[in-house]
Design a binder for this molecule. Structure first.
Ligand code: AKG
Ligand code: FE2
Length: 244
C-alpha cells in the first residue's frame, strides 16, 4: 500500500461518519516551525482580528509563506490519506480556510456547530492540523458524527462560510449530539466540510492552536481551473468534459 494510504475499512469509516483522525502526521520540529510562523504573523496582524471573536483566526496563510505551506500540503502522510479519499488528483484551495485558529475562549461557550461549505457536490475536505495537544479541557474540536448525511439547507448566511446548525429547525436537538475529538500535537483531523463541527470551549487560560486547510478533488468538468486559488497537492488538473 502507498505511504499514508488508508485501507478500504478506514476510508469506509470516513464516508460513514464524516471524519477520520490521522496520528503523527507532523513531527515536533515541524509543528514548532509552523506554530512560530503563525505566532509571528499573528503579532504582525494584531489589528486585523475581530475583537468580538474569542478565537483569533489568521487568514491567507499560503501567501504569507508559500515555501513552508508547500511543504505542509506536500506532507506524504497527509497526501496519502487525501488520495485514498479524493482520488489521485487533488487541489488545496486558497479561498476557504487557509487559516490558523488560536483558540482561547475563556469565559465563552464553545463555537456553534457549523458546516464549512453549503453544498455537497463541489464539496470540500477540511484538514485541521493540531499544533498543540487538543483536549477536552482546552477546547478540542467537536463534531456531530454522521451529520454530513443531514439535509442540505443551502441558505447562505450574511458573513459567508457554511451553515450554522442552530439557525435551522431541521437540525433541532442535534447540536447536543456533538462529541469532542481530542488530538495530539502533529495529528490531523480530516472531515467532510459538510459535517457539523465547531471549536470547543477553552477555559484553560492557555492557547490551543490549529491550522485549517481545505482540499478537494480536481474538478474534471472545469475547463479553466482557477490556478491562482487552487494549488495542486497531488496529480494534475484534468478536463473530461464532453463539449461536442
Ligand atoms: O480548529 C478547530 O477546532 C476547528 C476549526 C474550524 O471549524 C474552522 O476553522 O472552520
Ligand atoms: Fe469549521
Amino acid at each position: 500500500m502507498k505511504y499514508g494510504a488508508l485501507s478500504h475499512e478506514q476510508a469506509r469509516f470516513y464516508r460513514d461518519q464524516g471524519y477520520y483522525r490521522l496520528s503523527n502526521v507532523f513531527d515536533a520540529e515541524q509543528t514548532t516551525e509552523i506554530r512560530e510562523f503563525i505566532e509571528d504573523e499573528a503579532e504582525k496582524s494584531s489589528g486585523d482580528f475581530d475583537s468580538e471573536n474569542p478565537n483569533k483566526k489568521l487568514y491567507g496563510l499560503y501567501d504569507r509563506n508559500p515555501e513552508l505551506m508547500k511543504r505542509v500540503i506536500g506532507n506524504q502522510a497527509l497526501v496519502g490519506a487525501l488520495v485514498s479519499l479524493l482520488g489521485p488528483n487533488v487541489v488545496f484551495v486558497k479561498n476557504r480556510h487557509n487559516h490558523a485558529t488560536i483558540n482561547n475562549r475563556q469565559g465563552e461557550p464553545a463555537e456553534g456547530m457549523h458546516r464549512d461549505i453549503l453544498q455537497p457536490s463541489r464539496g470540500l475536505m477540511t484538514a485541521a492540523v493540531y499544533l498543540q495537544d487538543s483536549t477536552v479541557e482546552n477546547g478540542a474540536t467537536r463534531v456531530v458524527p454522521g451529520s454530513h448525511n443531514l439535509p442540505y439547507v443551502g441558505v447562505p448566511q450574511a458573513n459567508g462560510g457554511g451553515t450554522w446548525m442552530s439557525e435551522h429547525e431541521e437540525y433541532a436537538g442535534l447540536e447536543n449530539q456533538a462529541v469532542p475529538v481530542p488530538m495530539r500535537e502533529g495529528d490531523v483531523l480530516l472531515f467532510n466540510g459538510i459535517l457539523f463541527h465547531g471549536v470547543g470551549h477553552n477555559p484553560s487560560g492557555q492557547t490551543r492552536t490549529s491550522m485549517t486547510l481545505g482540499f478537494r478533488s480536481v474538478d474534471e468538468l472545469d475547463a479553466k481551473p482557477d490556478e491562482a486559488r487552487q494549488i495542486l497537492a497531488s496529480g494534475q488538473h484534468i478536463y473530461r468534459g464532453n463539449d461536442r
